[in-house]
Design a protein around this ligand. Structure first.
Ligand code: C5P
Length: 249
């Protein structure tokens, strides 16, 4: 996905569903119910490591793009070869750890540029499970928001299409990174929904208004008694926010 495409995203294209389920058949069952309301399906380590590349093809066969959330982090040559290994798979978005440094990120960008349809590469800035209290034990110092800002700038300078960030950072990142940079925001809960294990959450509307290009939603849809209705409701919230954003004056 090119930077130019970001400004033209439809509300549906902005909604990413996390397929955090154990098996390919669970994933297909869930995805098939909601595919008309959801833009993209996110496959993470749990599903990919159990089912392998075949699950990417099976989900993509439903007709929606696939986001492979593997958070790659290794020496540049290894990451470049890992990215190249995905060339034959229908992957539209792929994550890498910005902590791997500029050479690693640039190697990934170069490897992906050889694809017929290069995926949008997204940098993970700081895992939301980490707080500043963890920094000394992993050799880091300073303030989390400064680290996120610095790593997002590194991602952009290295040629990535955007970052995954928390809703707390989306406004600051939108201001600093400009309009042509993807901001993919998890930790989304409709107003009044349960938090599950997320500590800080944001509503779909507020995440979009603050500058998210995409939101990642998992359990509010996947654990719902009626995933189809829940996905439609969240899509309506995104539509409401994009329309409010475009209202004059
Ligand atoms: O179920 P829930 O909506 O909390 O799922 C959020 C999804 O976003 C999960 O797949 C989770 O791994 C992912 N994610 C996150 N926080 C991050 C990065 C990714 O919740 N910082």
């Amino acid at each position: 996905m090119t930077a130019g495409r970001l400004s033209a995203l439809s509300p549906r294209e902005r909604l990413i569903l996390a397929l955090d389920v154990p098996t390919a058949s669970d994933a297909i069952h869930l995805a098939d119910q909601v595919k008309d309301s959801v833009g993209c399906f996110k496959i993470g380590l749990q599903l990919f490591l159990r089912e392998g590349p075949a699950v990417v093809e099976a989900v993509a066969a439903l007709g929606n793009p696939v986001f492979l959330d593997l958070k790659l982090h290794d020496i540049p040559v290894t990451v470049a070869k890992a990215v190249s290994s995905l060339a034959r798979l229908p992957v539209s978005m792929l994550t890498l750890h910005t902590g791997g440094g500029r050479a690693m990120l640039e190697a990934a960008v170069e490897a992906a540029s050889a694809f017929r349809e290069p995926p949008m590469l997204l940098g993970v800035t700081l895992l939301t499970s980490l707080s500043e209290a963890d920094f000394p034990s992993i050799g880091m110092t300073g303030v989390a928001s400064d680290l996120v800002r610095g790593r997002a700038a590194l991602a952009k300078a290295s040629g990535l299409g955007g970052v995954v960030a928390s809703a707390q950072e989306v406004e600051m990142l939108r201001q600093e990174m400009g309009d042509r940079f993807g901001l993919v925001i998890p930790g989304i809960r409709p107003a009044g929904a349960g938090l599950d294990d997320q500590k800080r959450v944001e509503t779909p509307q507020r995440a979009i208004v603050r500058g998210a290009t995409h939101i990642v939603v998992g359990r509010p849809i996947s654990a719902s008694a009626d995933p189809c209705t829940s996905a439609r409701a969240i899509l309506a919230m995104i539509t409401e926010a994009t329309e409010a954003d475009h209202e004059p004056g």
